[in-house]
Design a protein around this ligand. Sequence first.
Ligand code: FAD
Length: 463
Amino acid sequence: MRHTATGWWIEEAGAPEPSAPLDGRHEADVVVIGGGYLGMWTAWHLLERDRDLRVVVLERDRCGFGPSGRNGGFVNGYWDHVPELAERFGREPAVRLAREADSSVRAIGEFCRAESVGAWYRPVPQIEISTAAAQDGAWRASVDGLRELGHGDEHVYLSPEQVQGICRSPLFRAGAAQRTAATIQPARLAFGLRAALLRRGVGVYEGSEVRGVDQSRDGGVVVRCRGGRVSARAAVLAVNWRTLRWPGLSRELSAASSHIVLTEPVPDVLEEIGWTGHEALADCRRMLHYFRTTEDGRIAFGWGGGRMVYGAREDPRIDVDAEVIAIAADTLRRFFPALRGREITHAWGGPIDVAPRRLPIYRSNGALHAGWGFTGHGVGPSHLGGRILAALALGERDELTSLPLVEPDAKRFPPEPARWIGGSAIRAALVRKDALDERGEPVDPLTAGIAKLPKLLGMNLPR
Ligand SMILES: Cc1cc2nc3c(=O)[nH]c(=O)nc-3n(C[C@H](O)[C@H](O)[C@H](O)COP(=O)(O)OP(=O)(O)OC[C@H]3O[C@@H](n4cnc5c(N)ncnc54)[C@H](O)[C@@H]3O)c2cc1C
């Protein structure tokens, strides 16, 4: 097994030659910090609003080498959040958010077609499946809530027979399907987006870590890297979990890691278990497993049960954690016994930016506009985030900037070390509870009590 930080998608896609780092003084209309999906979609949407804008992207490493090039490739929206959001914000903003997110799911496919990006975009439903009695009905509040709101088609029940008809596993029980979703090859999308930005004249500088942003008296910004600086009317911060380093923003975020294992091509096994429709599947654990197939007949199987990150520390186990990979590989084989004797060829991982309510947050401070907190669901939502940040950076206020994700009431995690100690204890309890549930064994009162803590604190974690 080839266990690396950056994983198979990036190898398969073939990374482009890196661009030169920023050197000297530059001027732009908007400077984007971070060359993942969020930063690159922001640059794209800035130019969709005004073709003549001068846009610069500064990336510390290489565009798409972070989670944007390594994720599971599930592209989804927000219908399952709507009942809960309708209670907090009212029905209209909640439904509007879900519709905007759906239009982003579709727009990613349209972008791939229009820009000839072969990112394996496939519109497929996203299916949640129970693998234990304790997970049964995990989708009920969403499915029933959406029915009451008149949007019952968006998220529907699946019987155990329907689930087995999509993919056979001895562990699978009933489930539910969200109809508007897709899958992509994540690195192909990231590199395709980078190439499209270059074609449109965006200045993309890699190996260019931003060290600071100074807001000037005239309302603009100066963004500083080691080799140079960019003066602009506005800056956009799109640095995922490294937002933890940003003064004033770190308490609305914590970080943990997620990992993926990948099989050799097993088209015969996919035939045997009937999983030939490329559906995006996930179980209903609190630390969920997510799994999909590739164009060459592999299974990519991810698990969100990696470690918590202390503060913004660079811990190599965020990307490469042999312990987590071993658990994910074991579970994959339990889910699909037909894989006996077949090889797991690749493994990798990456950081997840966890927001207190599982939804991303968009905030502005003067001419600096930031987005973060996708909580493992950023592939589709980062396209919507790019649309929001482009509007904010241009000072335009419209239906996007009035969505409930923009300037929400702050919910804060405790400062370190309490965040790490508390977060690690909760994650360990959730992993333990998930495993006991799946074995049908009773959950001890201490584990059950700790697992309930996030809800009691008004946080909606994780999944
Ligand atoms: C293993 C794994 C599986 C996942 N699976 C899914 C999935 O199936 N579906 C889904 O929706 N989401 C998934 N996610 C989450 C998804 O990948 C992210 O939400 C999304 O890629 C976030 O994009 P981003 O642009 O915010 O972050 P990133 O891709 O991390 O981009 C941020 C960029 O900012 C750069 N940067 C940081 N600091 C600086 C600085 N100071 N100066 C300049 N540049 C800087 C980084 O190098 C990085 O390239 C997964 C994540 C992981 C790790």
